[in-house]
Structures are given as structure tokens and as C-alpha cells.
Design a protein around this ligand. Structure first.
Ligand SMILES: [Zn+2]
Length: 175
């Protein structure tokens, strides 16, 4: 069993020794997914802290989770796996150091308060980004919307070769 991650960590501790942090966050801790998707299991997280040449703190994240949502094609609930990696520049809030970060690299910025990093909020952001705006069965054979369609098609495919002819005769008669 994996260790439970603290919801808030002091990233200065990890940065100084180039830290790696592995663990899980309880699915019940997440709130912003409510109404969008459900989290089926505890969320597995890996955080890797590093310092780059400019002395900036860089955080690599890996998140994986089993979630479920309503398929927007057939409206049935289905379960799927999320895997997302992210790369962040860690910045103290309100110290202005983010201005030069914005100029030099395209990384996302995540703000900390006196070195305290809100792990739960960061991972929640990642999950919200990873789940598609319009969740749908990827495997069409398991999507119920597809199972219903052959019936409709069957009806429209029935050929009535003389139906058009009858119409033609009717309209010419009224002339
Ligand atoms: Zn579906």
C-alpha cells in the first residue's frame, strides 16, 4: 500500500536535496470534481522537485486516477483512467519573481506561501484539466448510443422501389 501524501508540504525541504515524493491522496479529499466526474479510487501522485540553472524551483508531477462520468453520447456512466504529467515553476506568491519566469519559459506557475505548497489543490487542478470537457466512451463498441443505431438504419434501408413512382403518378394526375 502506498503512503498517504500530506495535503500541504514545505517544498523548501525537498528542493534542497532534490526530492522525490510518491504517494496517494484520498479520493474523499477532492471537492471541485463534484457534478463533473467521480473519483473511484485514491489518486496516485508523484512529485519531483528540482532546481534549474537559474535557481528556480521546478516541479514535475505525475497523476493517475480512475474516474467515472456520464458519457455525453449515450448518457450512461462509464469508468476511465486518467494519467497526466505536468511541469511547474514554483513561485512565492506576491514576491514578483513570477514576472521574469513568465518571460523565459512556457511552464505553468504554481504559487506557494512561505514555501508551503498546497498539494491537494495542485493535483485537483491537474485532474480537472485531464478529464475531457465532453466525456465519451472511447471504445465505440461499449457505447450504448451505437447499439441503438442499427435498428434505425434497418428501417430506413428497406427499399420501396415503387413508392417514388406512385408519387409521380399522383402528382401528374392532378394536373
Ligand atoms: Zn457512451
Amino acid at each position: 500500500m502506498q503512503a498517504m501524501l500530506p495535503k500541504i508540504i514545505d517544498c523548501n525541504k525537498f528542493v534542497s536535496r532534490g526530492g522525490v515524493l510518491h504517494g496517494i491522496l484520498e479520493r474523499g479529499e477532492f471537492t471541485r470534481n463534484k457534478g463533473l466526474f467521480s473519483i473511484e479510487n485514491d489518486v496516485s501522485v508523484k512529485l519531483v522537485f528540482d532546481l534549474n540553472q537559474n535557481g528556480e524551483v521546478i516541479l514535475d508531477t505525475d497523476v493517475s486516477a480512475a474516474v467515472s462520468a456520464d458519457c455525453q453520447r449515450c448518457l450512461e456512466i462509464f469508468e476511465f483512467e486518467i494519467r497526466k504529467s505536468g511541469e511547474f515553476a514554483i513561485c512565492e506568491s506576491d514576491d514578483g519573481s513570477d514576472e521574469k519566469l513568465l518571460l523565459n519559459e512556457g511552464r505553468d506557475i504554481f504559487y506557494v506561501n512561505n514555501g508551503k505548497l498546497d498539494v491537494l489543490r495542485l493535483i485537483e487542478d491537474e485532474l480537472l484539466l485531464a478529464v475531457p470537457m465532453i466525456p465519451r466512451h472511447e471504445d465505440m463498441s461499449s457505447c450504448s448510443a451505437m447499439k441503438h443505431e442499427p435498428f434505425d438504419e434497418g428501417v430506413s434501408v428497406v427499399r420501396k422501389p415503387f413508392a417514388g413512382l406512385r408519387e409521380l403518378i399522383d402528382t401528374t394526375d392532378t394536373d
